[in-house]
Design a protein around this ligand. Structure first.
Ligand code: CA
Length: 218
């Protein structure tokens, strides 16, 4: 899942990019409000937003996004003792906050939780017939037996399984598996789908000609 990160502290920024990367997130990092404003928030599943930024407050940016109708889940990074920032942030439309310093595994778990709530689910497991997908463990099981999938295969399968029956285009799937810095290989989505079908059964992922792919409903 692609995440936008707005954080001006370079060491922390690099640490979050690497740490969330290990948890299966693709993080697109920016350092200022101006850079963040240039990004379309709809491209990302969620946003991690620092409050103290060199060109202003993250809280103002959050308020701008919400006024513009963006519903993308936002997790604020706040200074440890500033309760007023947290209250203000939640009131302006943040979905959660985490006080600095924090543990990267907690940041990842909180992100999974707000993304899950945004998609209307209470549990971290997706079940579709005989197929179970665990977000936290990034594992896939078929009839209870674990199936090894690569990070990108998992991202594609998760995107399709979140809304069974909904068609996702190749470019929507590319958005889910590539960050800004990565060059997109031209037939990567097809290759991942091919491998997923070999592992899970051909009928599970349907091709909708001229449109894209969808998960079979059961
Ligand atoms: Ca800062």
């Amino acid at each position: 899942m692609r995440i936008l990160l707005v954080e001006d502290d370079e060491v922390l920024r690099d640490g979050i990019v690497a740490g969330l990367g290990l948890d299966g997130f693709d993080v697109d990092p920016v350092a200022t409000l101006a850079e963040a404003r240039a990004v379309a928030t709809g491209d990302h599943a969620g946003i991690v937003l620092d409050i103290g930024l060199p060109d202003g407050s993250g809280l103002d940016l959050l308020a701008e996004w919400r006024r513009a109708g963006s519903t993308t889940p936002v997790l604020l990074l706040t200074a440890r003792n500033l309760i007023s920032d947290r209250v203000d942030g939640l009131d302006r439309g943040a979905d959660d906050y985490l006080g600095k310093p924090f543990d990267l595994s907690e940041l990842a778990a909180r992100l999974r939780a707000i993304l899950r709530r945004a998609s209307g689910r209470a549990s971290g497991d997706l079940t579709l017939g005989a197929l179970t997908i665990s977000e936290a463990r990034r594992s896939v099981a078929l009839n209870g037996a674990e199936i090894a999938v690569s990070r990108r295969e998992f991202a594609i399968l998760h995107a399709l399984a979140e809304q069974p029956g909904r068609v996702l285009s190749r470019s929507q799937l590319e958005d889910r598996i590539y960050g800004w810095q990565e060059e997109i290989e031209s037939n990567a989505v097809e290759v991942h789908i091919h491998k997923l079908r070999a592992k899970l059964g051909r009928e599970r992922i349907e091709t909708v000609r001229g449109e894209g792919y969808r998960m079979a409903a059961s």
